[in-house]
Write a protein that binds this ligand. Structure first.
Ligand SMILES: [Zn+2]
Length: 218
């Protein structure tokens, strides 16, 4: 057992400093009281390594792009850097939390859609992204979340499906209120969200209103 002379306590395991006062411990180390997490250090190193490579590439790329102006005023690096930074944030949040497939899929599609809108705006193909690509992505997310809701017994997917349906309603309504023709693909996406809502109410019934009340803190 190691000893802290300051706190006058004995501490098991192989640590060098007192967990209470941070003073150095004296005495012989005893075996750890808990299993050492095998593989965790290697994973942490790999994560840091890829983070370093990506951030270094961003720094070099953005500097070269703006300082040397290789593409005559068109700066691709800003958009690419943004994609990489959002990817890193997503990776980090996924590694830190318990893996929930509906959350990963929902936020992956949501952030990709936002980045695509920005990319389209930046390079002048905003309309095809906004009126074709994004509604297809949200429609695919709806079908995925509907499937997850049906097979997921922990009901984690339900809130993402409801959020997804709500998002499609809000976007569609906003377009119509502004007098913008939403187009065929958005209309199909809206129909998919209606069908999802009907399906989830029929198959999950009471759990849907329970979930809404729980999330809204009624
Ligand atoms: Zn101490």
């Amino acid at each position: 057992m190691k000893k802290c002379l300051n706190c006058n306590i004995e501490i098991g395991g192989r640590i060098d400093t007192c967990p209470l006062c941070q003073n150095s411990l004296t005495g012989e180390a005893s075996p750890n009281n808990w299993p050492s997490p095998s593989g965790l250090k290697a994973k942490a190193f790999l994560y840091k390594l890829q983070l370093f490579v990506v951030l270094a590439a961003i720094a070099v790329g953005v500097s070269l792009d703006y300082l040397l102006d290789l593409n005559n005023g068109t700066h691709y690096s800003f958009v690419i850097a943004l994609w990489l930074i959002v990817f890193e944030l997503q990776l980090r949040s996924n590694l830190r939390r318990i893996f929930v497939i509906s959350r990963t899929v929902s936020f992956g599609i949501l952030y990709s859609a936002l980045l695509l809108l920005l990319t389209g705006y930046w390079f002048g193909f905003f309309d095809i992204i906004a009126y074709t690509v994004v509604p297809i992505m949200l429609g695919a997310a709806l079908l995925a979340n509907l499937t997850f809701s049906m097979i997921d017994t922990a009901e984690n997917a339900l809130v993402y499906l409801l959020g997804n349906i709500f998002l499609v309603f809000v976007v569609y309504a906003s377009l119509r209120i502004k007098g913008i023709e939403a187009g065929l693909v958005w209309t199909i996406c809206l129909m998919v969200s209606f069908v999802s809502l009907i399906g989830i109410i029929i198959f999950k019934g009471r759990k849907v209103s329970d979930e809404i009340q729980k999330r809204m803190n009624f």
